[in-house]
Design a protein around this ligand. Sequence first.
Ligand code: XMP
Length: 511
Amino acid sequence: MQHDKVLILDFGSQYTQLIARRVRELNIYSEIHPFNKPPKNVDDYKAVILSGSPMSVRSEDAFHPDLSEIRGKKPMLAVCYGAQYLAHFSGGEVAESNTREYGRANLSFVEDNEAFLEGIQVGSQVWMSHSDTIKQLPENGKLLASTHDVQNAAYKIEGETTYAIQFHPEVYHSTDGKQLLENFLVNIANVNPDWTPNAFVQETVDDLQAKLGGDKVVLGLSGGVDSSVAAMLLHKAIGKNLYCIFVNNGLLRKNEFTDVLEQYKGMGLNVKGVDASARFLDALAGLSDPELKRKAIGKTFIEVFDDEAHLIQDVKWLAQGTIYPDVIESVSATGGPSATIKSHHNVGGLPDYMKLQIVEPLRALFKDEVRRVGASMDMDKDLLGRHPFPGPGLAIRILGDITAEKVQILQDVDAVFINGLRESGLYDKVWQAGAILLPVNSVGVMGDERTYEKCVALRAVESTDGMTADWVNLPYEFLQKTSNDIINKVKGVNRVVYDISSKPPATIEWE
Ligand code: XMP
């Protein structure tokens, strides 16, 4: 890659990924590495940012990185813990803070004529999140900004391109945070902001062509954003040598298999639709335990995919839609620095004997960047904006055992709900939504008849990554109409409830 790169050294802050995203929003490529496992060639990076941390620099086991290869040698921005670290170990003083320093604050002093603070003014809102405070600046430190409660909110080291801020520019509540990052990266560190979605597509296609040559690649499409964008990039690079397989496990949404298959074909993809609904239903017969259901679905998927992949002669590669959050090594906040890599297999892991090499064109991207890359390839907006949908599909939204009849009922309910969200302009305001078929019947009355039918729950959540989520305050009128439509249109359902639980303590799915 020919672009300037920024290194983010992670000290375990909950906001580290946000730093990377804000930097990338400036069209600057950034990578996160654990502070205790920096990349081998630090010289490849044009600037370095130190993240925050839940640790206190005053604690005995404080993270204590060796910055000798960085400090004073290349531009460095130290955020929160980073700023305290510089102070504590370079002749300044950090102490427990007397006042609560969490949440919004406003700058009350800003140094004039300072490139780092260009466009930042007194009154500018910043986001604080720390319990220690910098009492005294380090050697050669020069104060640059303060808030009412935090005297040393920003400083620089004279004679170096080293800057430090106590607040978090990466959090949206720091209204000028992006400007500050731009000041540091573009004006001070001279990083070239040329990492655009178009450039990414062009370079990835070139790389894929060089790597894959005339080899054949197989890819499992799921109907979701990641696998679709990965497929499009590979399609651009190797055309018909990309063999896509789209499996109907019988647990997709209503008409999803045929609609999405047509859409893929319309995009020019070499895609084969495989209807294995019966095989999946057989494998699920009699299973009620959620984890057993997941296992049965995963195993059946591998069998089906494997059968299909074997029909492609001489296939050498398996493509996956793995994205950056799946591969970032994380620093554990408790129990000291530990590095764990989450492994992610969209196809649930393939049998070893397939001996395929793995290609992952989206490994460097966050989800929102995947969408932007898809948009720059003119992919359909609806496909790119689709809500996440779990691999086991409706099987984990039908509580208890699965039958064809229950799947059909839930598909119909789900379709009323999701189409309603679309028609009301609410779909894009919701991160994920769906319906759950509950294992209870309840008494109702329709006309003069007593009914004893199924109950469904509707769930709609706001989230950024699915790790935490809050239920969405859907308008009562919408809920009222949806409930009416479901009970009138879907035979076998006489009661609708709306799930108002957040995650944690609940989860998004019910199983
Ligand atoms: P939970 O229920 O854990 O869901 O709050 C978080 C996100 O993960 C999705 N999810 C799954 N996705 N296989 C998947 O591919 C699964 O077994 C699975 N379980 C949950 C869920 O839809 C939500 O987006």
